[in-house]
Every structure is written in structure tokens, then in C-alpha cells.
Ligand binder design. Structure first.
Ligand code: ZN
Length: 154
């Protein structure tokens, strides 16, 4: 865990983004869907090392049946194993992490659940929502920065 919820001034997880998580991982690391849903956005055209505060970000957005949307960001170039319109299941491999967009040139996977679609409506109107991971050590106050969590089998 390289950045948790409600990060310090200057880091990105504040305001409407305050419940996001960053997981440090090398470019190209496969990741799976946290929950089942429909893939509504896939952006994978940017190349690793294309770094900017806005834009140049690769991402996948999955819409869940309760209307919330999961965002997986900073993916590697061509780093999607799903397409817009796909139905994906909990635990299905959907993409590969990278170093694109607003990463401070630090490869990681940004993960957040938004109350609606953050790409089409914007994060200010669709802020992040607290999330917990049921398959790792209890974390009643959220995952903590600089800790390592082991993902257990469901
Ligand atoms: Zn982040």
C-alpha cells in the first residue's frame, strides 16, 4: 500500500478522491476485478512514462449492479484484458498495471470505488466511497500506507 485514504496535502487522495488506494507494483502486473460488473470505459492508448497531472492516464471503469463504479488507473499501454461492454466477474483478470498519467513517475495501481461514473460525470460529482477488502487482515480504519497486505483466497 503506497498511498491510503485521506492523504496529506500534495498527494492525490483528498477531496472527492479521498477513499482511493494506491498499490505499488511493477509495470505489467496483472490485476483482477474487485466485484462483478459491466466494463464501461477502457482507455489504454497511452505509453508508460507519459506522466502528467491531467490526461495521459490509462484506466478501466467497471459499473456494478448497485450503481457504484470501480476505477483502476495508471494502466500500462494496451493493458486491458477486457473490452467496453464486457460483463466481468469477481476475481476475473481484467488488466495490467502501469505508469501512465499522474503517478509522480512511481508505478502503481490506483483503485477507487465512485458513487457514479467518474469518467463521464467527473470525480467532483461522483466522489469516492469507502471500501474494505474482505480477503485480507482486518482494517477497520482503512488500509495503511507502507504496509504489506496478503490477499487470501475468498
Ligand atoms: Zn491514487
Amino acid at each position: 500500500m503506497s498511498q491510503g485514504n485521506c492523504s496529506r496535502p500534495g498527494d492525490g487522495h483528498r477531496g472527492s478522491e479521498k477513499y482511493a488506494y494506491d498499490f505499488a507494483m511493477p509495470v505489467g502486473t496483472p490485476f483482477v476485478a474487485m466485484r462483478a460488473g459491466d466494463v464501461v470505459h477502457v482507455q489504454i492508448s497511452h505509453h508508460d512514462g507519459q506522466i502528467a497531472p491531467k490526461g495521459l492516464d490509462n484506466y478501466i471503469v467497471v459499473r456494478h449492479d448497485d450503481g457504484t463504479h470501480s476505477l483502476y488507473a495508471h494502466l500500462t499501454y494496451a493493458g486491458a484484458d477486457c473490452q467496453e461492454g464486457d460483463r466481468v466477474s469477481d476475481g476475473q483478470l481484467i488488466g495490467r498495471s502501469g505508469n501512465t498519467g499522474n503517478t509522480n513517475d512511481f508505478a502503481h495501481l490506483h483503485v477507487a470505488v465512485h458513487i457514479c461514473d467518474p469518467v463521464s460525470k467527473g470525480s467532483d460529482d461522483c466522489p469516492t466511497w469507502p471500501l474494505i477488502f474482505k480477503n485480507t487482515a482486518p482494517h477497520p480504519h482503512g488500509l495503511e500506507r507502507d504496509r504489506v497486505y496478503t490477499a487470501l483466497a475468498d
